[in-house]
Ligand binder design. Sequence first.
Ligand SMILES: Cc1cc2nc3c(=O)[nH]c(=O)nc-3n(C[C@H](O)[C@H](O)[C@H](O)COP(=O)(O)O)c2cc1C
Ligand code: SF4
Ligand code: SF4
Length: 257
Amino acid sequence: MQQNQMVCAYFSPCGTTKKVVCTIGEVWQMPTTQWDMTPLSAECTTIKLAQDDLLILGVPSFGGRVPEIAMQRIQQLQGNHTPAIAVVTYGNRAFDDTFAELQDGLQAQGFCVVAGIAAVTQHSIMPQFGNGRPNAADLKELQSFANQIKENMQTKEWKEISLPGNRPYLERHGGGLVPVTDITLCKGCGLCATHCPTGAIPKDAPQNTDAKKCVSCMGCISVCPSHARSLPAPMVVALTARLEKVCSERKENQLFL
Ligand SMILES: Cc1cc2nc3c(=O)[nH]c(=O)nc-3n(C[C@H](O)[C@H](O)[C@H](O)COP(=O)(O)O)c2cc1C
Ligand code: SF4
Ligand code: SF4
């Protein structure tokens, strides 16, 4: 069946998931709507897709799960037996149960998951892991995956596949990684506050970030043009020591079809 229009949706605090989803979406060359599910303002959007549309949805793996806030925003998508491609980015450790959770979320909203792509990226907390990825070779590989999916959908009757992961999913853990502001560098532009998925940053006082609302997505660090936001160094040192062993060995992109 030919698809009429495509929605490329992504939860992407630090921008790599967006890059991966858009790179994959380009292969279809069809009318496309992009939906950035990241900022708090995305809460007001609902998107309906028909059976002859296509959804590409990308999320990063946080602790081997779909970020909780992204799971909430997925409920704003409504399919009608609509085919969907599930995309998970991860920072060179593992994606654990992220695909299983994403597939369950999409099914509940009326989508049929016809393919999955796991993309290795630079780790958004510790960029020394997966550094510089996705690189040019990764992007080429992701497009070749997309071409295989497209061909498959055009030549065969598409059907739901089963993506990897355990149920029940891994327990959620982590949190507490709350960025701080160097007020001597801050120019008061408000970009971090607009970008924050949970509204944890007061626009006029980023130094007063609400730790209870912060989901440790690192988005504010990535958008700050003045490099005024960062994690306290001892936190990064402790986390690096904990994850060095499991993040250092190179991981590969994967296609599930
Ligand atoms: C809170 C948090 C938890 C993360 N957990 C994992 C993980 O379990 N496994 C992994 O390989 N990468 C993990 N990462 C890295 C991200 O999945 C990866 O950098 C992703 O590409 C970020 O997407 P973005 O650039 O769209 O924000 C984590 C990052 C954050 C901020
Ligand atoms: S304050 Fe927390 S939740 Fe908000 S953008 Fe920064 S890291 Fe993400
Ligand atoms: S983005 Fe950076 S410079 Fe702008 S308000 Fe936030 S911390 Fe300050």
